[in-house]
Design a protein. Structure first.
Ligand code: SF4
Ligand code: SF4
Ligand code: SF4
Length: 420
């Protein structure tokens, strides 16, 4: 079986906040309806899923909402116990959870740490930016509560990243936003543009809250902050993903991959959908209680979904950046019914970004390739009993430069890119 990741809509649309741009506010059952996953659904799903992924050796669970912590700690204790009970020998299990962090107590943080959860924290920048859009239902900003949760996450040494939504509140403040995250010691960051549509409306034309021009400029400024002197010190998922494309490996962000994601989305009642933006009966693949996973994963509806990127719009087929961009997200096509005509709403943002960053991304790609060659050579030399290399020796990557000015350069070697 091919790899399959699963994202749970843990509490459906329920959330203790009410961010202005939330795209998971409405479901088929109404607005912010209180729903929870019943134990019977997990007891049915987890064993079937573990059987399905046994060949791949990798079980990947993502817990999202709404706000997944509203499910309570016992829910996760039960879920993890089920995972361990039903995993086949040799299967590695990962749990990632996306939270607004306002409900993270020491007990939650201890649990995440002990069970190796990767926690994504939604945070849009400093207080004056964050509180403009991320408010609770009483209209109060959530910044202090988020930062208190983040502090507990840090204190308990939980692996975390930050998801920052780019909207009217921060799109013109790229450098300030980046400096805030640096000050806060955030090592892993992800940016996504704010949208004005609901998952329940997959046919509604996409609407975004910022212009493509403004988002392109935001990416350019963040890139310059990130790149610095050529040895980036924090990971920004968008740029890491583009670097993957420059290296010729599959981009693991669906928006810039050859086809739509290979995962599934499971709602609280066991209904299964192909993507977070397509939680609508028209795209329902089946239900945990009624259908075999293997059957719904190979159903014509899922196949049609996975293939919907192709053919790329005519504009993409002619584009110089097609090999790195891959046409963007089909949900963001301005005219989704006419693939031949319109490309992703953010097309001009990507073009602006690539024109600005191409030379530097190419340089990083070459340095990364050199660094990998260097490490392989060091290993081979040591394994064959060869001499230990000095910093003044020619670099083993073949550049002709001294090692201290090349792959052994501490500034160079200090970047997360060469470590990971
Ligand atoms: S915290 Fe997330 S789920 Fe809750 S309202 Fe904000 S964007 Fe929506
Ligand atoms: S529609 Fe967009 S978000 Fe959904 S899987 Fe495809 S590229 Fe990803
Ligand atoms: S940059 Fe624009 S035209 Fe080029 S592949 Fe991406 S969406 Fe298509």
């Amino acid at each position: 079986m091919p790899p399959l990741s699963v994202m749970f809509k843990t509490v459906s649309t329920d959330c203790n906040l009410d961010c202005s741009y939330c795209y998971y506010r409405e479901s088929i059952e109404g607005m912010r309806v209180r729903r929870r996953i019943e134990p019977a659904m997990l007891e049915r799903f987890v064993p079937a899923y573990m059987d399905y992924v046994a060949d791949t050796g990798s079980a990947s669970f993502a817990w999202q909402g709404g706000e997944p912590l509203l499910a309570g700690l016992d829910f996760f204790r039960n879920a993890v116990a089920l995972q361990l009970r039903h995993a086949h020998r040799g299967t590695s299990i990962s749990n990632a959870l996306q939270t607004n962090a306002t409900l993270v107590t020491d007990e939650w943080a201890t649990y995440f740490s002990e069970h190796n959860f990767l926690v994504g924290v939604s945070l849009d920048g400093p207080k004056e930016i964050h509180d403009r859009e991320r408010k609770d239902r009483g209209g109060h900003g959530s910044f202090e509560r988020v930062m208190a949760g983040l502090e507990r996450i840090r204190r308990h040494k939980v692996d975390f990243n930050v998801l920052c939504v780019v909207g009217p509140h921060n799109v013109g403040m790229a450098r300030e936003t980046m400096r805030f995250f640096r000050r806060e010691g955030v090592d892993y960051l992800q940016f996504i543009p704010a949208m004005d549509f609901q998952s329940i409306d997959p046919e509604k034309p996409p609407a975004y809250l910022i212009t493509a021009e403004a988002y392109g400029e935001f990416l350019v400024q963040v890139f310059d902050e990130w790149y610095g002197g050529g040895a980036p010190s924090i990971s920004i998922r968008t740029f890491d993903n583009f670097l993957q494309s420059f290296l010729g490996i599959q981009n693991d962000l669906c928006v810039h991959a050859d086809q739509c994601d290979a995962g599934i989305v499971v709602e609280y009642n066991g209904d299964i959908y192909p993507c977070d933006f397509y939680v609508h009966p028209q795209w329902k693949l089946g239900n945990v209680f009624e259908d075999e996973l293997a059957t719904l994963c190979t159903s014509p509806r899922r196949t049609a979904f996975l293939e919907q990127k192709q053919p790329l719009p005519a504009q993409c087929q002619r584009c110089n950046y097609r090999r790195c961009c891959k046409g963007g997200c089909p949900r963001a096509r301005v005219s989704p019914d006419d693939n031949s005509k319109d490309s992703d709403y953010f097309c001009s943002s990507y073009i602006r970004f690539f024109e600005h960053a191409e030379a530097k991304l190419t340089m990083l790609r070459d340095r990364l390739a050199n660094r990998l060659r260097y490490l392989q050579q060091v290993e081979l030399t040591l394994a064959s009993g060869g001499p230990k290399q000095g910093r003044n020796d020619r670099c083993l990557c073949g550049s002709g430069r001294k090692q201290k000015a090349c792959c052994a350069d501490p500034a160079f070697a200090g970047s997360y890119l060469w470590r990971e």
